[in-house]
Design a protein around this ligand. Structure first.
Ligand SMILES: NC(=O)c1ccc[n+]([C@@H]2O[C@H](COP(=O)([O-])OP(=O)(O)OC[C@H]3O[C@@H](n4cnc5c(N)ncnc54)[C@H](OP(=O)(O)O)[C@@H]3O)[C@@H](O)[C@H]2O)c1
Length: 259
């Protein structure tokens, strides 16, 4: 009897860290459900993932900040593949800046995508994850544990995700699902490029000097690559991590100063 491939839902898979996670799982032969807003970008990732070895791919264009959309993605996955083994909640976009300039809408938007979509995905996928003995990885961020005055939305969203992950993991113990969180540090994606541009403008620096100034400020040898995160996610989803449960893995090159 042939075993069916593991089916993984990856949110925010159209670029950056989510794309890298999708490619890593593709190389392991997983079936992929890719979700993000941009249908074109998803189609490009799907093509690459197929070449990399994904056993099957379903791309669903969706604004995951909207109620009902995470549930629609899970339904489409189950209809196409009959189950879900892996759920990687990665989609996120929280505005940074001076606290006094951030509006209620900015705060609500930040929570709507990164926190509420994660909760909705977990709830909708739960019976399928239980049936499969599956696993969840919630991508948070190091500001969860190291607050930053310029990051008063992202930090609290990430802290809430760690709390939610731990709470869900308690329940999951009885149901045979593994649930963990991963906090990336400063990783080279579009988000980091934007941060470097803003820093350069604020301090009258070239892009190269701004990049170096930020690196030195964070006290790290280098910025992280998306592969640094994707490799750890693949490990967390693998049988080698079968005893890793209800915890937070920090992948930040040593940027976190405290415990
Ligand atoms: N990069 C870092 O240094 C860093 C550090 C700590 C934590 N993180 C976390 O890691 C995750 C990925 O970050 P990244 O740097 O890879 O970000 P990114 O390059 O900006 O990619 C974000 C992804 O989320 C999708 N997305 C954004 N808004 C969405 C929406 N409303 N509905 C559906 N999908 C949406 C984007 O696709 P569309 O635009 O096509 O929708 C894209 O695929 C985020 O949760 C972020 O907070 C990143």
């Amino acid at each position: 009897m042939t075993q069916r491939s593991r089916i993984a839902i990856v949110t925010g898979a159209s670029r950056g860290i989510g794309r890298a996670i999708a490619m890593e799982l593709a190389r392991e032969g997983a079936g992929l459900v890719l979700a993000a807003r941009s249908a074109d970008a998803l189609a490009r990732v799907a093509e690459e993932a197929e070449k990399a070895g994904a056993s099957a791919i379903l791309a669903v264009a969706a604004d995951l900040a909207r109620p009902g959309e995470p549930e629609r993605v899970v339904s489409a996955a189950v209809e196409r593949f009959g189950g879900v083994d892996i759920l990687v909640n990665n989609a996120g976009a929280t505005k940074r800046g001076d606290f006094l300039t951030l509006s209620d809408a900015d705060h609500l938007d930040g929570f709507a995508l990164k926190y509420h979509a994660t909760v909705r995905f977990c709830r909708a996928a739960w019976p399928h994850l239980v049936a499969a003995g599956g696993t969840v990885v919630n991508i948070a961020g190091i500001a969860a544990q190291t607050p930053d005055a310029e990051f008063t939305i992202g930090g609290p969203v990430n802290s809430a995700l760690l709390n939610f992950t731990k709470a869900l993991a308690r329940r999951a113990l009885e149901e045979g699902v593994r649930v963990n969180a991963l906090c990336p540090g400063h990783i080279v994606t579009d988000r980091l490029h934007t941060r470097i541009e803003v820093h350069a403008k604020q301090h009258g620096l070239t892009l190269e000097a701004a990049r170096e100034s930020l690196r030195a400020h964070y006290g790290i040898h280098r910025f992280g690559e998306v592969g640094d995160i994707a490799g750890m996610v693949a490990f967390l989803c693998s049988p080698q991590a079968s005893y890793v449960h209800g915890t937070t893995i920090v992948v930040d090159g040593g940027a976190t100063p405290g415990l």
